[in-house]
Write a protein that binds this ligand. Structure first.
Ligand SMILES: [Zn+2]
Length: 156
C-alpha cells in the first residue's frame, strides 16, 4: 500500500487495515501528514452546505421560467396530427417493402441452400429476416419520437 492509498483512506475516514497502519508507522511523511489529513476529513464531514437564500431561489426560478414553460407546453401538447401524418407516410410503402423483402428472402434462400448445406442456408436466411425485422421495428418505433421532436422544434 502506497502513500496515496493510505492518505485516501485517511481522507475518507476509512479504518486502516494492518498494511496501512504499518505504513503509517513506518513512513515518516504519512506519519507527519496523518493528523492534518484526519483533521481536514473531520472538518469536511462536519460542514453543512448552507441553504440558498429566498432571493437566489426566486432569481433562479425567474431565469428558468421561460424555458421551463416552453418545455412544459411541448410535453403537454404533442402535435398528434403531425405524428399521425408521419406514421401514415411511413406505413404507406410498407406493403411494397414487405413484398420486396419476400422476394429477396425467397431468392436468398434458394441461392444459399444450393451453395451451402440446407440448415446453414436456412440459418443465414433466418438471421437476415430477423435483422430486417429488427431494423424495421426500430425505424417505425422512432417515427413518433422524431415527429414530436420536429413539431417541438417548429414551436420553439
Ligand atoms: Zn507514506
Amino acid at each position: 500500500m502506497g502513500c496515496e492509498d493510505v492518505r485516501t483512506s485517511l481522507m475518507l475516514g476509512l479504518a486502516l487495515d494492518d498494511g496501512a497502519a504499518r505504513h503509517v508507522t513506518m513512513c515518516t511523511s504519512c506519519r507527519a501528514e496523518a493528523p492534518a489529513v484526519r483533521a481536514v476529513a473531520a472538518a469536511l464531514a462536519a460542514h453543512r452546505a448552507p441553504a440558498p437564500s429566498q432571493a437566489l431561489r426566486a432569481r433562479v426560478l425567474d431565469a428558468a421560467a421561460p424555458l421551463l414553460d416552453r418545455r412544459a407546453r411541448a410535453v403537454i401538447t404533442p402535435d398528434w396530427g403531425a405524428v399521425a401524418r408521419a406514421l401514415g407516410a411511413a406505413l404507406l410503402p410498407l406493403p411494397l417493402i414487405a413484398l420486396a423483402q419476400g422476394y429477396v428472402v425467397n431468392l436468398l434462400y434458394r441461392v444459399l441452400t444450393t451453395l451451402l448445406p440446407g440448415p446453414v442456408g436456412a440459418y443465414l436466411v433466418f438471421n437476415y429476416v430477423a435483422l430486417v425485422a429488427l431494423l424495421a421495428t426500430i425505424t417505425y418505433a422512432a417515427i413518433p419520437v422524431v415527429a414530436a421532436r420536429q413539431a417541438e422544434a417548429r414551436h420553439a
